[in-house]
Design a protein around this ligand. Sequence first.
Ligand code: SAH
Length: 368
Amino acid sequence: MADERLNLLGLPRAELESFVAQRLGAKPFRARQLMKWIYRRGAADFSSMSDLKHEFRERLGELAQIAVPQIVTEQKSSDGTRKWMLRMDDVQGIETVYIPEPDRGTLCISSQVGCAMDCSFCATAQQGFNRNLTVAEIVGQVWLAHRELGPESRITNIVFMGMGEPLANYRNVVPAIRIFLDDLGYDLSRRRVTLSTSGLVPQIYKLAQECNVALAVSLHAPNDPLRDQLVPINRIHPIAELLEACWHYLDEQNGRSITFEYVMLDGVNDKPEHARQLARLMRGHAAKLNLIPFNPFPGTDYRRSSPAAITAFRDILNAHGVIATTRRTRGDDIDAACGQLAGRVTDRTLVRLGAKLTSASRMEAEAR
Ligand code: SAH
């Protein structure tokens, strides 16, 4: 029989407070104690919560639980990067990656099982889409990484750059972010939580209003015909519309910058002309370009741009006054690098966006 006890992991603070008040007849500070136990101390069972009365813990155990994801496999890269495949239900698996650096520790988390955006250069897209992760499953990745990393755990940054399109799961991603920012949760500052999106324009406006974390945008092409091929959502929200939303986002968050991700694909989007077009789009805005050398995966025809092409591209951008850096590839020996997360996606119930778009445009063409 399914466990129907309420999962406290990822529950918004206000809901936790009303739960302890209404179901347990306790004061709001009990909810705050619980949050400290769950997030700061990583507790998963109520019996360890020594400053709560015995009867309170017993009653809690009857009504609630702290249900965390399970680890299916773990891999460690020679560069210290760690990757976990986590089990979210009986069949599906998603991946979470920890990237240690001298001055910080970044946890790269997933927001969906698979992805429907169908970007042509991404391994996750090849898996298709199965479902959105719940708030508990998103927060659970951080909870688990803390446990696995142990006392040396130093998660200073969280990035939504794992599997899935976070803005397509807005409903669950935003409450999870609130836990990351909450001082009784993971207590991270807004600029240390980065949401990366392929460009869901209406949700960018919503996010600007509701939860102003750092934004990264997967641009990958400086003109619509090319971006239409690489990032199919561009056929619905083209570059001009996307950038307008980005500049609006910047206005709302007073002076920080947006990072634009740009995957370097040999002979596709890495020519000097592309760099110049890109510089024109960025000019006068608080934007940073992050060039990502393409990470190959089985079955792809794309190749990584040569180091010389990447440097030349970066130099053109810099010469035009656009800040551009190259992302160092991490964890590629364990398939943990950008775009290599495939997880285990079975039972793909929905068609991919790309497929839908192609058939829609074919229908349009036929109707003409
Ligand atoms: N859905 C979100 C998060 C994706 S992963 C988004 O689209 O932004 C984070 C970054 O890795 C994105 O910029 C994505 O486009 C990029 N990426 C995907 N596949 C890649 C690959 N094979 N090599 C390098 N970067 C890749």
